[in-house]
Design a protein around this ligand. Structure first.
Ligand SMILES: Cc1cc2nc3c(=O)[nH]c(=O)nc-3n(C[C@H](O)[C@H](O)[C@H](O)COP(=O)(O)OP(=O)(O)OC[C@H]3O[C@@H](n4cnc5c(N)ncnc54)[C@H](O)[C@@H]3O)c2cc1C
Length: 290
């Protein structure tokens, strides 16, 4: 199918892009990698009156270290993230997850910011940014603000961004010392959206007790979600590996999978339990648990 008629504007500056968005509001969409927006337009699931192409804004194309955080600009593509030494070194969970996202052609164009703004609960990357405790930087003609990842995702294809705001940067803090992380998913074919996926992060204290844990899931509900109760089952425990099964059982009941043609809700819960156990085993081993 072909998209409904729309006006195309290649933004010449960030200010111009923000002014156009403020003027046209929800009728206008930013165009980043186009790997979700253009298919949706071709199916006429999205019919924006205007596309504001932000690809000319090269100042948004960066991956930078600043102190103990990684700053990822709105135009940083998956492929650049996959090849970046700082991502591999400081955010190995992101590096480990990226090959699970779609296919090389899509990763050449798709952006992390576009993925966040699209907010598909089945996507792997919101789970990763949630598990890492990331923050989103939003800008509009009115000013700028930071939004914690846990406050950013409001539901399927819905975020905390206002109609005049652009997501300009994603900030990922380094994990504390003695942290370990792992991402696992099950999909029908490599590159497909996951039937179920989990991003696990654990941090151990000096005495080996677990002092922090986050478990975030993809395709586990109507919105991107952290399983707080499941993660809490590990916190404060010495020999946290003995409590992995408790955490996995809690995760199975805490998530709210919707089921689809590929997997029933029951099977998705089962997958969540199995993946949680395996991801936590790996994360704890990477954190240096005995
Ligand atoms: C065949 C296929 C398979 C795929 N498989 C997967 C998969 O397995 N896992 C997965 O996670 N994704 C998958 N995707 C989607 C892909 O990851 C997209 O690249 C991503 O969802 C959107 O990023 P984008 O840069 O392409 O954004 P676009 O498509 O350009 O934009 C998506 C939405 O975000 C908005 N937007 C973009 N940038 C900004 C910004 N800076 N500020 C505010 N709003 C913005 C747009 O207006 C639009 O509404 C797949 C896509 C295809 C075509």
């Amino acid at each position: 199918m072909k998209p409904a008629p729309f006006r195309y504007v290649a933004a010449r500056s960030l200010d111009e892009a923000l002014a156009l968005k403020a003027e046209h509001g929800d009728e206008a969409r930013f165009l980043a990698g186009g790997q979700s927006l253009i298919p949706a337009m071709n199916f006429r699931l999205a019919q924006p009156a205007m596309l504001i192409d932000i690809n000319p804004l090269k100042e948004l194309d960066y991956i930078r270290r600043a102190g103990n955080v990684l700053r990822i600009g709105a135009l940083a593509r998956y492929r650049a993230l996959q090849r970046d030494a700082a991502v591999a070194r400081h955010q190995p969970l992101l590096a480990e997850t990226l090959p699970h996202v779609a296919h090389p052609q899509i990763r050449n164009r798709g952006t992390l910011a576009g993925n966040m703004a699209h907010a598909d609960p089945a996507s792997e990357l919101p789970a990763v940014v949630l598990a890492l405790g990331g923050r989103m930087h939003a800008r509009s003609g009115r000013g700028e603000r930071w939004i914690d990842a846990r406050d950013f995702f409001k539901g399927a294809l819905t975020t905390a961004l206002k109609s005049d705001e652009m997501l300009t940067e994603i900030e990922l803090p380094d994990l504390p010392a003695k942290s370990g992380a792992a991402f696992l998913e099950v999909s029908r074919r490599r590159g497909d959206y996951a039937m179920m996926g989990v991003a696990a992060v654990v941090t151990l204290g000096a005495d080996g007790a677990c002092i922090g844990a986050r478990l975030a899931y993809c395709n586990a509900g109507e919105k991107q979600m952290l399983a707080g109760k499941a993660a809490q089952a590990l916190v404060g425990r010495r020999g946290a590996d003995k409590y992995i099964s408790d955490a996995a059982a809690l995760a199975e009941s805490e998530i709210d999978p919707q089921g689809n043609v590929h997997a029933s809700k029951k099977f998705q819960r089962h997958l969540a339990g199995v993946l949680t156990r395996r991801a936590l085993q790996t994360a704890l081993a990477r954190a240096g648990a005995a």
